[in-house]
Design a protein around this ligand. Structure first.
Ligand code: HSE
Length: 422
């Protein structure tokens, strides 16, 4: 199998070097070791000696090259990447990609084209970098009915929330985001990561391979972390929780909920221990029970590891349906207003008699019951009330929040964060 890499950024350079570093290991694991013969890249990479391969500045040349059997797409984005991948498929090449947006948004079209041409499309590296979670779900857990998947699948948001949570840190979202950018963990335009879109792309794919449903990014509820404050982190800690950006896909019969958002996780849960840029995915299945996967979700080595595993699978000719199922069933997607959860609420209030009673009355009128409550008076900071509710349907919380925000004694908008029940 002759391999062409398109894109020589962080992952492409990591893959290029992995071919050399682990040449012997890979050779022992395949009868017909993959040979790297061409690289398509806009510019060379300082970490890569490209003298042993053909280099082209036009990635479409790799797609057309009759001497290439497997095209590795590492250019990212959707428009050019889609044209490149469809072009390569049309020329009869197998595809390996790390591109979650491409699979989440255009996977159906790409898989259909590949099936027509009898070639494979593999995408392990698109989710959680070095963690082989696609393989775990599509192959390792193939004998199970999977009921839920939950995970921290974006390293940037996990890094920011972890730094904001350091004892005594009291740092703002903007302050830590700037540090993440300086360290290279966050892009100059961090929108995709901090607003949850990157995680939503990944969870779209995870839900499809877990439940056998079509790729439906548009059915996902997506909320990022930019509104989380250091007060939220402190109050959550006082209640025994940390705040993480969590993706949750859950099914019950034909009903499926898909959501990524900031989430309170009890400190004694294993996911609460996943810090910094690390990723983790938990899978709830009927025979194996809950299983958990942990590792680096990004970076040259970890992502190249996942890409190389897909190249080796391609060489071995492993046959797995694209999304793990021979046919997909259309579920009923549950709108976010119909999910049930416990909620953390924080509101600024006037520091005067009767305010607490008013707040509890509004909650009780909407059928929201209080599990825990913290009140900080104005001598310490702005008067604030923090409430942890019992589980309730989200539309009731929405209605209660609207009414709370209309009270004269409530001085801020209400901050609302869902609480995980895993
Ligand atoms: N931007 C992603 C993250 C990198 O922060 O996890 C890998 O998808």
């Amino acid at each position: 199998m002759r391999v062409g890499i398109c894109g020589l950024g962080t992952v492409g350079s990591g893959l290029f070097n992995l071919f050399a570093t682990n040449h012997d290991e890979i050779g022992r694991k395949t009868k017909d070791a993959p040979q790297l013969v061409q690289v398509g890249c806009r510019r060379d990479h300082p970490d890569c000696d490209l003298s042993s391969v053909d280099v082209t500045r036009d990635v479409f040349e790799v797609a057309r090259n009759p001497g290439i059997d497997v095209l590795v797409e590492l250019i990212g984005g959707t428009d050019t990447a889609k044209d490149l991948v469809l072009g390569a498929i049309n020329h009869g090449k197998h595809i390996v990609t790390a591109n979650k947006a491409l699979i989440a948004l255009h996977g159906d079209e790409v898989f259909a084209a590949a099936e027509k041409k009898g070639v494979s499309v593999r995408y392990e590296a698109s989710i959680a970098g070095g963690i082989p979670v696609v393989k775990a779900i599509r192959e390792g857990l193939a004998g199970n009915r999977i009921d839920w998947v939950a995970g921290m699948i974006n390293g940037t948001t996990n890094f920011i929330l972890t730094e904001m949570s350091r004892p005594g840190s009291n740092r703002s979202f903007d302050d830590v985001l700037k540090e993440a950018q300086d360290l290279g963990y966050a892009e100059a335009d961090p929108t995709f990561d901090v607003e949850g879109i990157d995680a939503a792309h990944k969870l779209t794919i995870l839900a499809s391979i877990a439940f056998g449903i079509p790729l439906r990014f548009d059915a996902m509820y997506t909320e990022g972390i930019s509104r989380i404050t250091s007060d939220d982190i402190l109050f959550a800690a006082e209640l025994g929780y940390c705040i993480k950006h969590l993706g949750v896909a859950r099914r019950s019969g034909r009903d499926v909920e898909l959501r990524v958002h900031p989430t309170l996780i009890a400190n004694d849960q294993m996911l609460a221990q996943v810090n910094g840029v690390m990723n983790s995915v938990m899978v709830g299945s009927d025979a194996a029970g809950a299983t958990m996967y942990y590792g680096a979700g990004a970076g040259a080595g970890p992502t190249a590891s996942a890409v190389m595993a897909d190249i080796i699978d391609t060489v071995r000719g492993t046959q797995v349906p694209n999304l793990g199922f021979n046919d997909l069933s259309e579920p009923n997607f549950t709108p976010i207003s119909s999910i049930s959860s416990s909620y953390y609420l924080r509101l600024g209030v006037e520091d005067k008699a009767g305010v607490m009673a008013n707040v509890s009355t509004v909650l009780s009128n909407h059928g929201v019951s209080i599990e825990a409550l913290i009140q900080k008076d104005a001598r310490v900071r702005d008067a604030q009330i923090v409430i942890l509710t019992d589980e309730v349907v989200e539309s009731k919380i929405d209605a209660a929040i609207s009414e709370l925000e209309s009270l004269d004694a409530v001085t801020s908008s209400v901050s609302r964060i869902r609480v995980a029940s895993l």
